[in-house]
Design a protein around this ligand. Structure first.
Ligand code: BTN
Length: 264
């Protein structure tokens, strides 16, 4: 068996049938460890959480940087069977679940709990207009590995991220409290994720939290380095998770399944 141990601080109840939650101080990336665990036949819903990643990765080949011991960094294994591509709706349902959990978490500690945590299509969480979390979904054609990084206790960011990045510590002003409760946030996210994966009405909840909905946006079509862009009004998302943008001057919305919003 894989040489992992469950640290007492991570005694979190896993709503995915009590699947194991493994903890490691330092990993290359929880995505890699989760893939290794998958090969050990661990069950659906198994989680690997770490305090520091040496090679944390983000979407589109970017890196994910997070100070050690201050944030929430984990990957959950979803055993779905065969499929040809990761459904866009899965990333959005995950984003919705994480946004709801962040709201629940903040409400435990302070009155700013009435702030909405927004989902920036397709994979970012925005709180107080700053990115506080990112989601990375990878697959091996049979299983999906959902990686989530939430900036919890971090208050200082590298220069290039300073304008864009936020954290729950900065939003609440309670760095020590949120940092020491970060595994409670893990429990809340897993609970919400388990619910949203089987919910029929996820889109209704998402639409109220869809970042920039009803506003003018610039959308980068396809890959992040693509020079094809569309400007228009962000209208909503389809049942399959595709983003609906009404280009300026057009009669009906266009649907996008890959790409990202160029707005902060
Ligand atoms: C993004 O915003 O581009 C997605 C960031 C995803 C980061 C998380 S942290 C846990 C998991 N392990 C990784 O290496 N990446 C994801």
């Amino acid at each position: 068996m894989f040489n992992l141990f469950i640290k007492p601080a991570v005694r979190v109840k896993n709503p995915f049938n009590d699947a194991p939650i493994f903890y490691m101080d330092t990993v290359s990336s929880t995505m890699d460890v989760c893939r290794e665990l998958e090969r050990e036949n661990v069950p659906h819903g198994t989680v690997i959480v770490a305090d520091f990643q040496e090679k944390g990765r983000g979407r589109a080949g970017r890196s994910w940087q997070a100070n050690g011991g201050e944030n929430l960094i984990f990957t959950v294994l979803l055993r779905f069977g065969d499929f040809s591509a990761i459904p866009t709706a899965l990333t959005l349902k995950t984003g919705l679940a994480a946004a709801l959990a962040v709201e629940d978490f903040v409400a435990l500690f302070c009155e700013r709990g009435n702030l909405s945590c927004m989902v920036k299509w397709p994979n970012d969480l925005m709180f107080d207009s700053k990115k506080i979390a990112g989601i990375l979904a990878e697959s091996d054609g049979k299983n999906v590995f959902i990686g989530i990084g939430v900036n919890v206790g971090q208050t200082v960011f590298p220069t290039e991220l300073r304008e864009k990045a936020g954290s729950l510590a900065l939003t609440t002003g309670m760095a020590d409290v949120v940092k020491s409760a970060r595994f409670r946030l893990l429990e809340l996210i897993l609970g919400r994720l388990q619910q949203e994966l089987s919910a029929k009405d996820w889109r209704e909840r998402l639409l109220g939290r869809l970042y920039k909905r009803g506003e003018a946006v610039r959308f980068i079509v396809g890959r992040a380095d693509s020079d094809v862009t569309v400007e228009g009004v962000l209208v909503g998302v389809r049942e399959d998770g595709g983003l609906l943008v009404l280009p300026h001057g057009a009669e009906g919305p266009s649907v996008f399944v890959t790409g990202e919003l160029d707005v902060y």
